[in-house]
Design a protein around this ligand. Structure first.
Ligand SMILES: NC(=O)c1ccc[n+]([C@@H]2O[C@H](COP(=O)([O-])OP(=O)(O)OC[C@H]3O[C@@H](n4cnc5c(N)ncnc54)[C@H](O)[C@@H]3O)[C@@H](O)[C@H]2O)c1
Length: 251
């Protein structure tokens, strides 16, 4: 690669969209830390078999202790951290239901994983990103805060918060030469989606017909956007949300 490799932590990186991110960034020569509740070691081993530099870390993004361990493991193994991809999120396991049927516990749990998680991880890696001098933070949001689909109001609100958090952090961290951006995927046939009947329940509009490019979205459709935001050429891009959904929404 012509650019110097970066050390990249991908939360929720053991499967789904997160694993596609890990695999693609590894092919570009970056060093990968696969952080996940489960399966991080196995995913990292698969990446190493493909010639990548990768480690796995067991980490729940909600746990301050776990994400401190995650950051320490990355620094110990690779001598620093350049990029955090806040990808772990609760979506594919959520029951779709009218908002008045969502319990306080369900609401809080989605907020915990999808908003406290990225906040925790950003705090844990911040000293290393500052030292990097070319730090990048990429939050995986969604197009749902733009579209406002029904029956998932906790998820929609959580991803709206991710976009707002991205903008606020971009201003705070610019002085540290850290860029902060979000990727907003459309409905994507990730591992988690394929393991549920969500793809049947979500409707044709979200899956295909509501997009300019009328086909199902797959994790591979997202990797180019991340590679761009991580690249040296994107160093002057910050606070942005990049929708990658085949033209379902225009930001
Ligand atoms: N699939 C979609 O249609 C879609 C669309 C827009 C945005 N997204 C977002 O993309 C991200 C990935 O989605 P996906 O479809 O690949 O999900 P997935 O369910 O297929 O995979 C999620 C991964 O995150 C891990 N994870 C879950 N909770 C965690 C926690 N507390 N700590 C650490 N790891 C945790 C899981 O173990 C799993 O490996 C999520 O943030 C999701 O909200 C997905």
């Amino acid at each position: 690669m012509s650019e110097l490799p970066k050390t990249v932590i991908v939360t929720g990186g053991a499967s789904g969209i997160g694993y596609a991110f890990c695999e693609h960034l590894a092919t570009l020569g970056h060093r990968i830390v696969v952080a996940d509740l489960r399966g991080g070691d196995e995913a990292a081993a698969r990446l190493r078999e493909q010639g990548a530099k990768a480690i796995g870390v067991q980490a729940d993004v909600v746990s301050e202790e776990d994400v401190a361990t995650m950051a320490a493991a990355a620094e110990r193994e690779f001598g620093g951290i350049d990029v955090l991809v806040n990808n772990a999120g609760l979506f594919t396991t959520l029951a779709l239901k009218p908002f008045e049927q969502i319990t306080n516990q369900e609401w809080m749990r989605v907020m915990e994983v999808n908003t406290l998680g990225p906040f925790n991880c950003a705090k844990a890696v911040l000293p290393a990103l500052r030292r990097s001098g070319r730090g990048r933070l990429v939050n995986i949001a969604s197009t749902v805060p733009i579209k406002g689909p029904p029956n998932m109001s906790h998820y929609v609100a959580s991803k709206g918060a991710v976009i707002a958090f991205t903008r606020s952090l971009a201003r705070e961290l610019a002085k540290d030469k850290i860029t902060v951006n979000a990727i907003a995927p459309g409905f994507t046939l990730s591992d988690g989606v394929l393991q549920t009947d969500l793809q049947n329940r979500i409707g044709d509009n979200a899956r295909t017909t509501g997009r300019c490019l009328q086909r199902d979205q797959v994790p591979a459709d997202l990797v180019g956007a991340l590679a761009y935001l991580v690249s040296d050429g994107a160093g002057f891009v910050t606070g942005q949300t990049l929708a990658v959904d085949g033209g379902g929404v225009f930001l």
